[in-house]
Ligand binder design. Sequence first.
Ligand code: AQP
Length: 337
Amino acid sequence: MKRILSCMQPTNRLQLGNYLGALRNWVALQDEEGGKNECLYGVVDLHAITVPHNPLALAQATRETAAAYIAAGVDPKRSYIFVQSSVPAHCQLSWLFTTQTPMGWLNRMTQFKDKAGKNKEKASVGLYSYPILMAADILIYKATHVPVGEDQKQHLELARDIAGSFNEKFNSGKEFFIPPEPYIMGTATRVMSLRDGTQKMSKSAESDMTRINLTDDADTIANKIKKAKTDAGVVPHNDGECEGRPEAANLIGIYAALADQTKEQVMQEYGGQQFSGFKSALVDLSVAKLSPITSRMSELMSDSAEIDAILKAGAEKANELAKPTLEETIKLMGFWS
Ligand code: AQP
């Protein structure tokens, strides 16, 4: 049986990239292997505060992220949906790992460099040590598989190194922590910004026009797609014609992912047409695919008691799974208890 763990940060409203790159695959994972996978899906609020956050918005963003999981098809009866801060073992294990992780391992993490940018001195220590908390998120549940995008592969490798080094140091090389395997999803799509096809679509990017939020209504989606950057050419016919045209390639990729088609099929149908016509088709498709999710989210958000009850049940189960791992870790490290 696979135990799968995957999480998102409640840093803002979820966007189309979160859905096509992760969330819809989470739903598929529930049904894989005849429904035998054990899936844990976290809302990682402790990660969200590694960058400046608004305390008045965090709880609501946490609920809304959970609502998006459910609206997209994660079934709380089959998968555990929990909030990271409601399972204290994440932080406890993270500290134990922090004391054992060489600085050199963290210095190699490229995402810190990307996220901290020129303000490295002002970035929080939490942003720097984020990959250790992520290792604790995974290892506390002894998750066997973690679906990861390209940008998280290095962090997963670190989690594997932390597991291996703990086993060496404190368990005579025998496996206590399971080095988690990356789970590469065949259908994951990397969605790029609507305004710059070289930048990933991101929920915390400054401009709302760069992304489609899962809460956007039909008019907002139409406006954003119509204003999406393209070039002076027509819709490409093939991959070769996409070369050097990241915005065109991105819109084709989004269409293909939403329509469950290959990019080749999309280019066969629309290649040679003006972008205005293709964009209209993309608006219709996006609204058709996303509006059921948006309506279900808004229903769920109108009754926070239901979401809170789901998160409470998820936290109970997550705490139950985490407790023995933490107790055993403490024992192996030689603490008084
Ligand atoms: N543009 C994207 N295309 C494909 N997949 C994406 N993911 C995020 N953006 C895209 C996937 O969604 C999950 C969310 O992970 P996260 O919340 O931990 O943060 P992130 O990856 O940094 O996503 P964002 O939206 O860009 O958030 P902020 O702005 O807060 O940094 C991951 O599985 C990710 O691969």
